[in-house]
Design a protein around this ligand. Structure first.
Ligand code: SF4
Ligand code: ZN
Length: 151
């Protein structure tokens, strides 16, 4: 995993102290046709236990985002273990379903934030611009004389 990401969330993970093998069970690396991979994985008690922990985990989103960022560009075969309650092929499907970040826009800045992807310079600049023009509009509105009320 990348060291530029903040992994402080791990302290609150529901899987702290649990055996890592639960989350990296051999069955997860079988390239089962993705339609049945979850059903097949659920036949194994350690996998069921791991997914039950994920379902209750308070940092599930952080965990999933960390894996999605670290595995960016990988197909299912390049993804390993359970992260954020998802199996490797499910994260590959999610990656395909997510639209790419619209870099250089205010919307892109929010996509960075929601996905915990470090901000790029064009998105930081777009965010500064949009805040600047928002403040400017607020100042202009403040300085405008009150509209006269008409009956
Ligand atoms: S979502 Fe699952 S794998 Fe991720 S930290 Fe929580 S319990 Fe662990
Ligand atoms: Zn960006």
């Amino acid at each position: 995993m990348s060291d530029i990401l903040d992994l402080a969330w791990r302290a609150n993970a529901a899987c702290v102290g649990e055996p890592t093998a639960m989350f990296f069970h051999d069955v997860l690396s079988l390239r089962a046709g993705s339609t049945f991979a979850r059903e097949r994985a659920l036949q194994h008690q350690p996998v069921r236990d791991a997914l039950n922990l994920c379902a209750l985990c308070p940092v599930r989103t952080d965990c999933l985002n960390t894996a999605m960022n670290a595995e960016h560009g990988n197909a299912a075969a390049g993804r390993h273990g359970i992260w954020g309650g998802l199996l490797p092929h499910e994260r590959a499907q999610l990656a395909n379903a997510r639209p790419p970040i619209s870099h250089g826009t205010d919307a892109g800045w929010h996509q960075h934030r929601r996905r915990s992807v470090p901000f790029c310079e064009p998105c930081k600049a777009a965010k500064r611009d949009s805040e600047h023009s928002w403040k400017h509009r607020r100042e202009v509105n403040k300085n405008q004389p009150e509209q006269e009320q008409t009956a």
